[in-house]
Design a protein around this ligand. Structure first.
Ligand SMILES: Cc1cc2nc3c(=O)[nH]c(=O)nc-3n(C[C@H](O)[C@H](O)[C@H](O)COP(=O)(O)OP(=O)(O)OC[C@H]3O[C@@H](n4cnc5c(N)ncnc54)[C@H](O)[C@@H]3O)c2cc1C
Length: 317
């Protein structure tokens, strides 16, 4: 069979990619994280409405693991428990699942339901998550891989599918730019897309820690508040990283660069602030010392005067 172009959109364990690896110098890196995931279902409440506030990403952060819940259009939520396989493997019965939930996610039990939790753990196995980086994404002018086949990522930025759709836009742009010359367009596609695909892969891995752990830190929350405050003041120049990644077409690698610039600006401002504060202390301290110094001089003079009047000229000046 002869075809013009093969587009491999066949997921993280792509057969097209495997074939390309045999025929081209394709670099490949695959990382399994030690966590697996299991989905649980939160039905609508008895009035058919959402069981929790709908406009939020609900997170139960527990440092080493976490559960999140996202709303569905039918007013239910899908909760996903992300946890090390070691802990999943230690839960083998419905009752053990309940002991775990009572200890770690007590408030979610009425939302999911005791029977549903037991059933989910009895029937399902935790699934693995893999992060894949490879390059190039093309083979001559004949084959190209996109989506998870090219850049499967851990799901903590919610960008996997989005990045796949963005691949299509970029690919279409390159076809237009090179007048449907596949050789040139596919090469340009890899060159343009690689830094972005690898950046979102790294960001997703970073969020893996942020969501389950950093959100418990006061410093992290303070930084979030500061970011949002500056975003309100300068909506065009200070855009928080998450907003840039999720709600703009700013290229992923550009988002990381801008965030680094923001970090540098904050560090510089903090340093300048510390210097100003230290100088204020010095000036204020000096002022107080001088004030106290003149008070001490007056006090000494008063005491000397009193001694003089008591003991005549006996006290030496
Ligand atoms: C727990 C979890 C949560 C996620 N949450 C989000 C989210 O909130 N937002 C988001 O954007 N992304 C999310 N993702 C990522 C998203 O699901 C994937 O990035 C997306 O599905 C990738 O699409 P794809 O078409 O590249 O691959 P896939 O969805 O894997 O589709 C590949 C298709 O190719 C088929 N296939 C495979 N091999 C062959 C073959 N040899 N022949 C024929 N067909 C084949 C498969 O059957 C499948 O239908 C999440 C992923 C996980 C695991």
């Amino acid at each position: 069979m002869c075809v013009d172009l093969i587009i491999g959109n066949d997921g993280a364990f792509s057969s097209v990619r495997q074939q390309m690896m045999k025929d081209t110098l394709l670099n490949y890196e695959q990382t399994y994280i030690p966590h697996g995931y299991m989905e649980l279902y939160i039905p609508p409440n008895s009035s058919g409405q959402f069981n929790m506030d709908v406009n939020y990403l609900h997170i139960w952060p527990r440092n080493e693991f976490m559960m999140i819940a996202l709303p569905n259009q039918d007013k239910s939520f899908t909760a996903t428990l992300f946890m090390p396989f070691d802990i999943f493997n230690g839960i083998s019965t419905g009752e053990e699942a309940m002991v775990f939930f009572r200890e770690k996610f007590q408030d979610s039990i009425p939302l999911i339901g005791e029977e549903a939790i037991k059933e989910t753990f009895r029937k399902n196995k935790a699934l693995p998550m893999v992060s894949i980086k490879c390059s190039p994404y093309h083979f001559g002018g004949k084959t190209v891989i996109m989506g998870d086949a090219a850049h499967a990522m851990v799901p903590f930025y919610g960008q996997g599918m989005n990045a796949g759709f963005e691949d299509c836009i970029v690919f279409n742009d390159k076809l237009n730019e090179f007048n449907n010359d596949f050789d040139a367009a596919l090469k340009a596609y890899t060159e343009y897309r690689k830094p972005d695909a690898q950046a979102i892969n790294d960001l997703a891995m970073y969020n893996y820690i942020e969501m389950r752990k950093s959100v418990n830190s006061k410093m992290f929350l303070l930084r979030k508040k500061l970011d949002n405050f500056l975003y309100k003041l300068f909506p065009n120049s200070w855009i928080p990283l998450y907003t840039m990644v999720s709600f703009s077409r700013t290229r992923y690698h550009e988002c990381i660069k801008r965030r680094e610039w923001q970090d540098q600006m904050l560090t510089k401002s903090l340093n300048v602030g510390c210097v100003v504060l230290a100088m204020s202390f010095v000036v204020f301290g000096r002022h107080m010392l001088m004030k106290q110094g003149s008070f001490l001089m007056n006090l000494t003079e008063d005491l000397t005067g009193n001694f003089k009047s008591m003991f005549g000229g006996w006290v030496q000046q």
